[in-house]
Design a protein around this ligand. Structure first.
Ligand code: 13P
Length: 250
C-alpha cells in the first residue's frame, strides 16, 4: 500500500518573513496528521531557513531543480550534494515551467534524476502534455516519450524509490484542474508504462497529480486508485489551503 504524499511547490515565491509565518503554521497544522507524507520545495536561498524550521518535524523539504553535475565550474548551479547538506529529501526535476523556459532536454532531466538519487534525494519527475497535444490526441504518446527518455537512462528499478508527478501543462496555474477521471487514466498509463519494464517498481512508485489542486478538488482526485497525492503550486502558499489539501490525503 503506497502512502500518500503532498508536496508544495513554492515556485519563486516567499520572503524570510512570509516563510516564517507559513512554516510555523504548517508545523502547527500538519504535525498532527500522521497518515500521509508532506513536504515543501522552496527556492534555494530559503533552504537553510526551511531546514531550521522543519527539522525534527514530520514535514520534509527540498528544492525545485538541481544541477546534473555533482561539483565543478558550473556558475549559478546547485548540486544534489549541496541540497543534501541542507537535509533535503526531495527535488523536483523536469517541471514544465523550467523545461520550456530553459529548453531542458530529456537527457538533462534524466541526469538530474540520477544525480538526485545518487545523493539520496528523492526526485519528483514531472511529465505532462500541453493543451495542443491533448487536443491533438497525443497525450499518451507525449507522456510515454517523456517517461521513456528517463527510463532508458536510469532504468525502471530507479522508479521504485522515485516520485512521478503528472502535471498537464494546461492545468498548471490556470484554475482548471484535470478531472479525477482524466487524471486517473493518465496515472494508470504512467504506472502501466513502468510495469512493462518492472512490475514491482510500478507498484511502489508514487504518482502525484499537479495542476490547480485546491481544497475543493483534492479529495476527489486523491481517492482515485493511481493518484498517490499532489504537487501543489498556488495553494501551497496558503497554510489553510495546504492543510485542507493535506487532510484530503489522510
Ligand atoms: P498550481 O497548483 O498553481 O496549478 O501549480 C501546479 C504546479 O506547477 C506544481 O508543480
Amino acid at each position: 500500500m503506497r502512502r500518500k504524499l503532498v508536496v508544495g511547490n513554492w515556485k519563486m515565491h516567499g520572503s524570510l518573513a512570509q516563510n516564517k509565518q507559513l512554516l510555523d503554521a504548517l508545523i502547527r497544522k500538519l504535525e498532527p496528521l500522521t497518515q500521509a507524507d508532506f513536504a515543501v520545495c522552496v527556492p534555494y536561498p530559503y533552504l537553510f531557513q526551511t531546514q531550521a524550521a522543519l527539522q525534527n518535524t514530520r514535514i520534509g523539504w527540498g528544492a525545485q531543480n538541481i544541477a546534473k553535475h555533482q561539483v565543478g565550474a558550473y556558475t549559478g548551479e546547485v548540486s544534489a550534494t549541496m541540497l543534501k547538506d541542507f537535509g533535503s529529501q526531495y527535488v523536483i526535476v523536469g517541471h514544465s515551467e523550467r523545461s520550456t523556459a530553459y529548453c531542458e532536454s530529456d537527457a538533462n532531466i534524466a541526469a538530474k534524476f540520477a544525480s538526485a538519487q545518487c545523493s539520496g534525494i528523492t526526485p519528483v519527475l514531472c511529465v505532462g502534455e500541453t493543451l495542443h497535444e491533448r487536443e491533438s490526441g497525443l497525450r499518451e504518446r507525449v507522456i510515454a516519450a517523456q517517461l521513456d527518455a528517463i527510463l532508458d537512462i536510469v532504468g525502471a528499478k530507479a522508479f521504485a524509490t522515485a516520485v512521478v508527478s503528472y502535471e498537464p501543462v494546461w492545468a498548471i496555474g490556470t484554475g482548471f484542474s484535470a478531472s479525477p477521471d482524466q487524471a486517473q487514466s493518465a496515472h494508470a498509463f504512467i504506472r502501466q508504462r513502468i510495469a512493462l519494464l518492472d512490475e514491482s517498481a510500478a507498484e511502489s512508485v508514487r504518482i502525484l497529480y499537479g495542476g490547480s489542486v485546491n481544497p475543493s478538488n483534492a479529495s476527489q482526485l486523491f481517492v482515485m486508485p493511481d493518484i498517490d497525492g499532489g504537487l501543489v503550486g498556488r495553494c501551497s502558499l496558503n497554510a489553510n489551503d495546504f492543510e485542507a489539501i493535506c487532510r484530503a490525503a489522510c
